[in-house]
Write a protein that binds this ligand. Structure first.
Ligand code: 6MZ
Length: 358
């Protein structure tokens, strides 16, 4: 059993839908909450049970995010959690990670969207357990030797998220920041946040501008039933969509004919109740239709999962073997927002893993 688990952990993987503040280690979150409790900023006992709770509705998830943001939004903590999140993904052999986060402004502590993102990049630089390639002109340490063994390597690219509570001007500021930070590994824009809040049209000008300037775009789409919004989002032709839980027949026809890749987050969809059970999850239909899809964690901290765990869950729920899962993982390379040179390196890693299966 343990050896079986080891195989899934050692399998190379590509993670394309992971929110920074949703991927924090429980132990770190509790430690930070305790410290703020001692300072009297929050009441630790109120927070502890919320953090430890496992089953939560979509609305409860967003209440928890508000709490997490109080706990984590200072420069030092943002740097720390970024470092830890990258280390955690690398430790389960994620070889390419597109990490997304919402740049935040908090004037009371001198934080701007830019300084928030600088703290994130500082976190990427702070990782030393693995070799992190995070920028296009990265001069890697390549075969750096650590304790006599070659260091593991992970490619990390960043997506800047627009929160659905934001204004058009906020969204535009995020897109401009993304453009300015392209040389630090920013490759795209994500639209996320509570799907019951905000109007898609608010963000359209900023998203159009991002596209004109060459950034790739992924949208949280159909996480709640909202047929008109889903239709409008699909017409925008994003490079990828996340979730797609409440697509109707005509949405699927549209998404399939445009071949829009779907980021699938099984545990998240079940925990938030967006999908009632795995046997009716759209993964099955999409997989058999050979529609482009990518298995992702969404919020590994909040939902107590890992990417290896998501692969095991998909394999056991949909009757797929290791060979098929490795192929599924390899296909994800085609939908990353980074350049062809990286794709080539990633393919090589998958092909050598496939070689050990035969
Ligand atoms: C929509 C989500 C999400 O950006 O502060 N986020 N948005 N649906 C989801 N499904 C469960 N999970 C996370 O990370 C946390 C933020 O990511 C978005 C929300 O806006 C949340 O506040 P960052 O690093």
């Amino acid at each position: 059993m343990e050896r079986e688990m080891e195989w899934w952990i050692s399998m190379p993987k590509v993670e394309l839908h992971a929110h920074l503040n949703g991927s924090i280690r429980d132990s770190t979150l509790l430690e930070l909450a305790k410290a703020l409790g001692e300072k009297g900023v929050i009441l630790f006992s109120d927070v502890e049970h919320v953090i430890r709770k496992n089953d939560r509705s979509l609305n409860e998830v967003f209440k928890l995010f508000d709490l997490i943001h109080i706990i984590t939004t200072d420069h030092t903590t943002v740097t720390r959690i970024t470092k830890e999140v990258v280390e955690d993904f690398a430790s389960e052999n994620v070889i390419y990670l597109e990490l997304r986060t919402t740049p935040k402004r908090n004037e009371s502590i001198g934080m701007s969207k830019r300084s928030y993102m600088e703290a994130v990049v500082k976190g990427l630089r702070a990782v030393d357990a693995v070799d992190v390639n995070f920028a296009p002109h990265y001069l890697g340490e390549g075969n750096d030797i650590c304790n006599g063994t070659t260091k593991k390597k992970i490619f990390v690219r960043l997506l800047l998220s627009i929160d659905r509570r934001e204004t058009t001007a906020d969204a535009m500021e995020t897109v401009k920041l993304a453009l300015e930070m392209r040389d630090q590994g920013v490759v795209g824009i994500d639209l996320s946040g509570n799907p019951t809040v905000g109007d898609w049209m608010t963000f359209l000008p900023a998203l159009k501008f991002a596209r004109e300037q060459g950034l790739s775009i992924t949208l949280h789409c159909g996480e709640v039933p909202n047929p008109k919004e889903i239709q409008a989002m699909l017409e925008f032709l994003p490079e990828r969509v996340g979730h797609a839980c409440f697509f109707k027949e005509d949405h699927w026809e549209n998404a399939k004919s445009s071949k829009i890749p779907v980021e699938i987050c099984l545990t998240s969809n079940i925990r938030t109740g967006s999908i009632s059970s795995l046997d009716v999850h759209h993964f099955g239909d999409l997989y058999h239709a050979k529609h482009p899809l990518i298995l992702c964690t969404d919020d590994s901290g909040i939902f107590s999962t890992s990417l290896s765990g998501e692969y095991i869950l998909a394999a056991s729920s949909f009757g797929l073997g290791k060979k098929e899962m490795l192929e599924l993982g390899r296909n994800a390379i085609e939908f990353i927002f980074a350049d062809d040179e990286i794709k080539r390196e990633l393919r090589e890693a998958f092909d050598s893993a496939a070689g050990t299966l035969e």
